[in-house]
Design a protein around this ligand. Structure first.
Ligand SMILES: [Zn+2]
Length: 139
């Protein structure tokens, strides 16, 4: 079986370092981070990669992504490089975003005015939701 990538820095330079509570433990040789496979699960890490790249394309800064998703901004930069993600040039619209729980999201949608005149997407963020809205810049 192939060793998983480090969840912290996405390095493949990872070695096995014993079993803890029936789980294989790994150590990252680049950043010295210890982790178990279970915690990582391939699905979960791919999920966060996609989410992080989504946010990046929306114009969210690396530091903000780190704060929102709890993944290091260095990882996000690595993913951007690895998947050769290019942010579209965007001068006319700028994204604003807020984090809402389910109730707040329902309330937001209940008000038609909120849905007018702007593009938006909602993306799941752990147990919350993130609403990204594009507004035309006023010149
Ligand atoms: Zn690492």
């Amino acid at each position: 079986m192939k060793n998983p990538n480090c969840p912290r820095c996405d390095s493949q330079n990872v070695s096995k370092s014993g079993i803890i509570k029936d789980k294989q433990r790994y150590k990252c040789k680049d950043c010295n981070y210890n982790f178990t496979v279970d915690k990582l699960g391939k699905g979960i890490s791919a999920y966060y990669v996609i989410k992080a790249l989504q946010l990046y394309i929306e114009g969210v800064s690396f530091r903000e992504i780190e704060r929102l998703l709890g993944v290091s901004h260095v990882s996000v930069m690595n993913w951007v490089k690895k998947y050769q993600i290019k942010m579209p040039k965007n001068t006319e619209y700028h994204p604003t975003y807020k984090i809402l729980n389910h109730k707040e999201l329902a309330e937001f949608y209940a008000n038609r005015e909120n849905l007018k005149g702007a593009g938006m997407i909602v993306t799941e963020l752990g147990d919350k939701f993130m609403l990204i809205k594009w507004e035309r810049l006023k010149h």
